[in-house]
Design a binder for this molecule. Structure first.
Ligand code: IMP
Ligand code: MG
Length: 168
């Protein structure tokens, strides 16, 4: 498999992003909401570099695209989500592709009464976006390739690779 982004490069960038987030929130408490399962590794590396009082939780979002159910619908499992009313939220996902997941989850968390919401993605695929959402923090912009590793999967495999590989 071809390496698209190596381990060292990811590490450096994640640390940089954590510094920017810490500066923005400047000591205010932050609730980090990771999107399972893909954001698991990114969240765990990112939070260790945040110089803030941090809470960590997760939501699961599964897209029905390409299946027989409602096209473009997103199933949100928020059973692991604590009360987020009045909280500063950082929504974290592995990759921004069509933007569907992030835009739906952002609206959902706003409805739940959070004070403020920011978004962070490790990767953003260029030329694929259908929803007008701008991530507040983005690790790397990548070409339209299918990538795995550092949380990203193909059929639930490859998530544990410490680098981003090009599977296409
Ligand atoms: P979106 O809702 O179209 O933005 O898709 C985001 C989700 O699609 C991510 O959370 C990933 O789970 C998945 N995804 C999109 N592109 C890739 C890829 O290249 N590799 C692995 N998963 C991907
Ligand atoms: Mg995902």
């Amino acid at each position: 498999m071809k390496t698209l982004i190596d381990e060292e490069t990811i590490k450096k960038r994640v640390t940089e992003i954590a510094k920017l987030i810490s500066a923005e929130f400047n000591g205010q408490p932050l609730t980090v909401v990771g999107v399972l399962t893909g954001a698991l590794i990114f969240v765990s590396d990112l939070v260790r570099h945040l110089n803030l009082p941090v809470r960590i939780c997760f939501v699961r979002a599964s897209s029905y695209r390409g299946e027989t159910t409602v096209p473009g619908d997103l199933n949100i499992d928020s059973s692991m989500l604590p009360d987020i009313q009045g909280r500063n939220i950082l929504l974290v996902d592995d990759i921004l592709d069509s933007g569907h997941t992030l835009s739906k989850l952002t609206s959902y968390l706003k409805e739940k009464g959070c004070k403020n919401i920011r978004t962070a993605v490790l990767l953003r695929k260029i030329g694929r976006q259908e929803h007008p959402i701008e991530p507040d923090y983005c690790g790397f912009e990548i070409p339209d390739k299918f990538v795995v590793g550092y949380g990203l999967d193909y059929n639930d495999e490859y998530r544990n690779l410490p680098f981003i590989g090009d599977l296409s």
